[in-house]
Design a protein around this ligand. Structure first.
Ligand SMILES: Nc1ncnc2c1ncn2[C@@H]1O[C@H](COP(=O)(O)OS(=O)(=O)O)[C@@H](OP(=O)(O)O)[C@H]1O
Length: 298
């Protein structure tokens, strides 16, 4: 912990209400599904939902940081057993934040960090659809292709939206920043595509990474909901509880032309990401290998 934190830390204060792990994002990769599946685990408890920022605490990444550690700890329940209970929070904008990694490691040096990645082109498209659903005027006025192909001569608002859409997809750069502050063994990169198609397999891997006991049987806890088209929590009988309408939206496929443009845009970053998986000794997700099919990356 930073000396500055230690100096203002009272003797009666407890660290028990601090998270053991963080889901850092990025946005639109499946972080809410991961959050909700983890919350089913008997030994894992999430932060309380924040009423001001789509339920996320967003402490390390922005102005909430100035509210202090007590404000942050109040978001967490008092664990029933400090050594076995796992508190966590997910704030999907930690991923691409410059300030979140140094701040997080200062307070939570032993925390585990989970990032969820899908193809950055799909992430960008999902985020664009999200902005449209939230009545973002620029996203409503321009097609996805127009946004991602905007140039320096384009209206500033369009360029600003383009930066917000494309920026988080520079996965390798953002992960490098986290790895500057956390050991590789503290970081788990979840394949968001696998999380969507086979959440049981992913949740088994996540439990192993966290070292949480007892092992929770997600085969029984989850079921595929044909109407929703996604995996959901299994309730009594054949009923299920799925994520809300804003998760798993229906929208047209991305055009081949836009996908090609984004493939080119993210090529260097994706190559770096492949090297990063190599360095970490982790298998890259199939979508990354397909994206870079034929590329020389060693
Ligand atoms: N089980 C399940 N149920 C619903 N949705 C699922 C699930 N697994 C993965 N996904 C994908 O999650 C995408 C939303 O990602 P996030 O939760 O990270 O979005 S957010 O940043 O918190 O808004 C969401 O993106 P869209 O399909 O674009 O809506 C889903 O594709």
């Amino acid at each position: 912990m930073w000396q500055r934190h230690k100096d203002i830390w009272s003797k009666e204060k407890t660290c028990d209400r601090l998270p053991k792990f963080l889901i850092i994002g990025p946005q639109k990769t499946g972080t809410t599904a991961l959050h909700s599946f983890l919350s089913l685990h008997p030994a894992i408890s999430s932060s309380f939902p924040s009423p001001i920022s789509y339920e996320e605490v967003q402490f390390f990444s922005g102005p909430n940081y100035q509210r202090g550690i007590d404000w942050y700890m109040d978001f967490f329940p008092i664990p029933s057993n400090v050594s076995t209970d796992f508190l966590f929070e997910k704030s999907a904008n930690y991923f691409d934040s410059e300030v979140a990694p140094p701040r997080a490691t200062a307070l939570l040096p032993r925390a585990k960090i989970i990032a969820v990645l899908i193809n950055p082109a799909d992430r960008a498209y999902s985020w664009y659809q999200h902005q449209r659903a939230h009545q973002d005027v620029v996203a409503l006025n321009y097609s996805f292709h127009e946004v991602v192909s905007a140039r320096r001569s384009s209206p500033p608002a369009l360029q600003a939206l383009q930066r917000r859409i494309l920026g988080p997809g520079a996965y390798a750069s953002h992960l490098d920043r986290w790895l500057h502050h956390y050991q590789p063994s503290q970081l788990l990169i979840v394949d968001g595509v696998l999380l969507r198609s086979n959440p049981v397999q992913v949740m088994n891997g996540v439990q192993k990474f966290l070292g949480v006991t007892p092992h929770y049987n997600y085969t029984q806890a989850l079921m595929f909901d044909e109407t929703k088209g996604f995996w959901c929590q299994r309730l009594d009988g054949a009923r299920s509880r799925c994520l809300g309408k804003s998760k798993g939206r229906k929208y047209p496929d991305m055009s081949a032309e836009t996908r090609a443009l984004l493939s080119e845009h993210y090529r260097e970053q994706n190559l770096e990401l492949l090297r990063l998986f190599n360095r970490l000794g982790q298998a890259p997700p199939p979508w990354l290998r397909e994206e870079l099919h034929g590329a020389s990356w060693s």
